[in-house]
Ligand binder design. Structure first.
Ligand code: ATR
Length: 279
């Protein structure tokens, strides 16, 4: 009798940029799982058909990446509270013939901070969230869930920050983009969720002189791993956590669900996924 091969993958358009096959390939090997993980280039109009064909393809689950994280919500049978509130799905699991959609970005965000800094004291003052896009929504949801005392959202387009605050709910203030520098005075945590600082984009301009030295600074950008924002914060003595760990940790729930092993995020994995060495 031949052994069953567990299969999963990632859909997006385009999909060539995705680091998920490299990440899952590493974990499959490290955990000696007889599994398979593949990137599928799927266009928007073909999503439903692809999901209907999951069983035929033998897929037990899927990751979903840009630009389909919202679109797939229409086609799953069940949405987690997190996916519904965040308004995006990045992980789909097929169970008893039904599709379950979840969003694990917020989980990845928290686990990255927990692993690289610890959570004590980070969220008991002002938590400044810069940006109000998809990633910010997952992060604000996670911060509310973990009991952050006060969240201040600063976004270039203020109406998006206001909608985010209304959708997620909780102790959230929206701050004018031009007042972001002064919003740092009571901060215990600051995260950049915008694309500013990413390769090819201008850096985030944020004057850190009002920032308390103990505040934890996080950037979800991971290309480059050390952004100008993180470098400036580190240079003045603030603790910093980079963004690659969020990418790695958000993938753990899917791997655990589909392949029945809780995979580890290690320094070797970080290097491997970044293409430095290891594996
Ligand atoms: P993601 O899903 O990765 O969060 P997104 O939904 O496109 O991506 O969100 C991008 C974020 O970066 C938004 O907060 C965006 O601000 P706007 O809502 O005003 O567009 C922010 N952003 C991108 N380019 C920016 C720039 N040049 N200056 C300020 N904010 C910028």
């Amino acid at each position: 009798m031949s052994e069953i091969i567990l299969k999963s993958g990632v859909i997006g358009w385009p999909i060539d940029h995705s680091l998920s096959p490299r990440l899952f390939g590493y974990w499959l090997k490290k955990n000696s799982v007889n599994g398979f993980y593949k990137a599928y280039a799927v266009q928007k109009d073909d999503i439903n058909e692809f999901l209907c064909n999951m069983s035929k393809l033998g897929l037990v689950g899927l990751n979903v990446t840009v630009p389909h994280k919202q679109e797939v919500m229409k086609y799953v049978d069940h949405l987690s509270d997190c996916a519904r509130k965040v308004g995006a799905v990045n992980t789909i699991t097929k169970k008893d013939g039904l599709l379950f959609g979840d969003n694990t970005d917020g989980y990845g965000f928290i686990e990255n901070l927990r692993q690289n800094y610890g959570l004590t004291n980070a969220f008991n003052g002002d938590c400044i969230v810069i940006g109000a896009g998809g990633a910010a929504r997952a992060i604000v949801y996670a911060l509310i869930n973990i009991g952050a005392k006060k969240i201040k959202i600063v976004n270039r387009t203020q109406s998006k920050a206001e909608k985010l605050a209304k959708d997620i709910g909780g102790p959230i203030d929206v701050i004018d983009w031009n007042k972001r520098h002064n919003s740092l005075t009571e901060a215990t945590f600051v995260v950049n969720t915008t694309t500013l600082g990413m390769k090819g984009n201008p850096p985030l301009e944020l004057n850190l002189s009002a920032l308390p030295k103990k505040a934890l600074i996080n950037d979800i950008v991971y290309v480059p791993v050390e952004t100008t924002f993180l470098r400036n914060a580190r240079a003045r003595g603030n603790p910093t956590v980079d963004g690659i760990g969020m990418l790695l940790h958000q993938a753990r729930p899917g791997f655990a669900e589909w392949f029945n092993k809780d995979p580890l995020v290690t320094e070797d994995l970080r290097h491997y996924v970044l293409g430095i060495n290891g594996g």
